[in-house]
Design a protein around this ligand. Sequence first.
Ligand code: ADP
Ligand code: MG
Length: 695
Amino acid sequence: MEKVTEYFGSMVFDERVMKATLSEKVYKSLKRTIDRGTPLDISVANVVAAAMKDWAIEKGATHYTHWFQPMTGVTAEKHDSFITPAPDGRVIMEFSGKELVKGEPDASSFPSGGLRATFEARGYTAWDPTSYAFIKDGTLYIPTAFCSYTGEALDKKVPLLRSMEALNRQALRVLKLFGNDSVRSVRTSVGPEQEYFLVDREMYKKRKDLIMTGRTLFGAMPPKGQEMEDHYFGSIKTRVSEYMADLDKELWKLGILAKTKHNEVAPAQHELAPIYKTTNIAADHNQLTMEVMKKVAERHGLVCLLHEKPFEGVNGSGKHNNWSISTDTGVNLLSPGETPYENAQFLLFLAAVIKAVDDYQDLLRLSVATAGNDHRLGANEAPPAIISIFLGDELTAILEAIEKDAPYGGTAKEKMKLGVDVLPQFSKDTTDRNRTSPFAFTGNKFEFRMLGSSNSISCANIHLNAAVAEVLKQFADKLEKAKDFNKSLHDLIKKTIKDHKRIIFNGNGYDDSWVKEAEKRGLSNLKTTADCMPKICDKKNVEMLTSHGIFTEAEIFSRRDIMLENYVKSVNIEASTMIDMARKEIIPAVAKFSSDTASAVAVKKSVSKVACKYETRLVTELSALIDEMDAATSALESVVAGLKKIDDVMKQSAYVRDKMIPAMEKLRAPADKAETLTAEEYYPFPTYDKLLFGV
Ligand code: ADP
Ligand code: MG
């Protein structure tokens, strides 16, 4: 057995390889680009490209690709081989600095939301040297950003990098006020916990809904679901554990710090968590992780489902975005330390996050909005669609004390900078656990729990970073002008807590009473993608995002349209798949079972004068359900036809929400009922019990 320490990162052109293959001068110059973003000289790029190519060929690679993250939500790649013809009819392997730093894919087939007409098809991919190149399946992958000919971002990486830069700029201003002059950069880190389902490949292949849409569109609850709570952290089945071991190995080779794995709440549901990394690298790694998860599953006769709600009635899958801010000098700005009340700097950053989340609830909500994730948010399993912050009792009490200028705790004697009497000691675990909060403080980081399992983490982090950058800017503007820094700081924290404490909620987010309470507090509750996505174009959001250079106004409007189009298309494909399955599979199967049962009655009656009560009742019930399914299918067909007549995407999305989704539910109900009455051998595809317990 190879040792993990030996093969970890073996497919990555990382610092180790750079040092070994580049001259000291070239290495230093590349490092400057990586660490400080200084532009890379083309002569240096040429040397780096040649070294990358030689290393990749040594590892068996024949091709290279610029790897990017267009707005489709999945990654894109176009492979070119290294071959170049030589005069003698043979080939040599070449890769230039120009090919490394810039690519020109035809951008017209990627969603741009009207940013780019087809006649201006050119798009550019530009090397992101802060994320290492790697080899996968015989190809050298170069992480890149993707933009249009005129420089508009067409991907998720460009705005993510811009948002990190914005936060860096504003955080440095604030740190300077506290006398932190040695800090040169501030970065956010993310550790995304990834949930997923595994199902048997042969069963999967029999279900059009899973194939076409990634989720089951029909299916009655099995006799056993997750009510026994025996799956969470349960012992892992051999087949699954072999899959997980294989997955770890593949991820480790790619330098991905896969760390934790366990069974999740629902049957067939699992989780993988890596060790956290700088946000843009975490985003790249999470995209790669999702790809590798699917690939490795094939080798094990499995399919990995990353849809947010593959099965109705059991938990869906999310992704928890553990997020922190830290300095290049190694200080986590969200770490309270032993005595957070002393730590005015911590309290200021905490206040900034609280205000940011309150001011930009809508942006955070829409950053995770997809048709798939709408099934989770607000259902009784995931955080609600309402954004709130969990702080835990201790921090909440400290903030209350600050707000009221009251002493915190009973034995407090010291008078601190903030003018609050405080306890001399602070307990180690500053927070208890709360699983229902969408945005929970967990000791030295925030865990944003609303992300869907298939979401790119980029969107959530773009908006989170941007919102926090904006508040830090407001704070810095104020404090830089202050005559008495300590007093202004105290007043600012106090006022921020007072103005934004409505967003803090330590109770049970799944409780119905919270919905009412949140409404009273004036918090927004945007239930669907159609409701929240248009808010990105609200004046306050456009102003904020453009002022920090995260997006241009055109980019914002284009993103709204792309996300809404995606929502409309996803639901429309689901509706069409339902029609297809109902007409060609479910109705005929149930009808056949029903007519076979009816013929049995005739046979039985010809033999003796039995009443055939069972058969009669069954046939009557099934016939009614068949009629109901038929009518519901026809109704859904006309709703689908109706969508084609609407051309504005905003109206389309409202139509999908108000007409199409309800029509789909109307068809599903009788079909699921019929499934429970139909003999197993007649049913055309594997049912929930087989899918959920079949691995
Ligand atoms: P949980 O108990 O919430 O399920 P896990 O161990 O599954 O915790 O995941 C926690 C995640 O948080 C991991 O990815 C971990 O690396 C990440 N994490 C830990 N500390 C930080 C930090 N300071 N900043 C960002 N992420 C962090
Ligand atoms: Mg976890």
